[in-house]
Write a new protein. Sequence first.
Length: 425
Amino acid sequence: MSPYPRTLGVVAALALGAGTLVSAPAAQAADLDRAPATTLAGAATQLADPVGVTRDRFGRLYVANRDTHKILVFAANATGNAAPVRVISGAATLLATPDDIEVDAAGYIYVANHDADRITVYPPTPGTGAPNEAPVRTITAPANQLDGVAAIEVDAHGGIYAASWSAHTVAYFDSTASGTVAPDRLIAGDKTKLYRPWSLLLRADGSLVVGTENEAVLQFATSDTGNVAPDRVLGGLVSDLGIVSGLGEDARGNLYTSSYTDSTIKVFAKGAVGNATPTVVLKGSHTGLNMPWGIHVDAAGRVTAAQYAGNSVRTYAPLVATPAAPVVTRPSKVRALKVSGKQTAAKRRISWKAPASTGGARITAYRVVVRKGGKTLVAKTVSGSRRSLVVKRSKLRNGKVTVSIRARNAKGYGPTVKKIFRVKK
């Protein structure tokens, strides 16, 4: 049974209101029924109704146990029936139905406590070593205007974004906020399209993304406040998001969504908007997905998902293949080689155009050589941005002279092009 009641039909209303959300798909999604690379489950793990997941810069795994009011920390490579390396639980912790968890660059742990309308912050792992560890900071109701806080994100400066499921809002608190304080900013109102937000994500481009119960992903500027419309909306019948219980982003900007209701993880291309088709849909019997809630996508593209119904945490190999490195070849020959100026001129200008093909890499240099018979008169390597070279007549010899030029990239030099010109002294 869902921990939150689901309101049916809201996605259809949102789609009609957004106009473009019900357009026809441009492509087919690639369904992927793949087993997880690792599964963390068993009595020793203490996993029970896990919802929020994240990892710190060392790869350690942090899990919020919703219904047992615990925070569990596991070693980076933990798998099977592994015990946590740290447990935060007990009355002093002030944990109350923790729905989401984040870790900042310094290792501090931030928790969204749904039933207490409270944010709690704990010291970096290993902490005090005692499970019943009091938070080092709290942001408490009622001044915080949180109501059923379901998701949390922390920016690079320690600012906190918190989504309220019951209030349909997203609040922002400055890094110094503590105690019974009001938010510095609050996104709220009918224009926002916020309806029971479940998940939050701060994207690499600086935008704030909210996953909602009405099967939509809304994008706002991090500075937004008040009754503002989202900059972008993703969702519709083709996107088929379900309740967006988790959000993630990989190094290439692909957006990941998990659906608690549909037991799927979907991947959308960077910049996807409207009724976009996912590029990948992870689903099926081999995946072991069982009401996935929070997800975390690491720098390598591995996806970690908390399984609310399965009392497990599963990690999957990257769902999106890394593009093959482009094949670089030598550049083609230089074009339109020309020598300007009269035969008796004091200076001659050698000019050319870049090769038709760069070989898949930047042209870094041109090698220009002027010869009279077997004698080298001029030999110059010039920048890849150059398209000409001026040579003084004093450097040349009387009669027929040959200039040759070739382009260079990271792979090496391309073929040589030659041009004969005459000099009179």
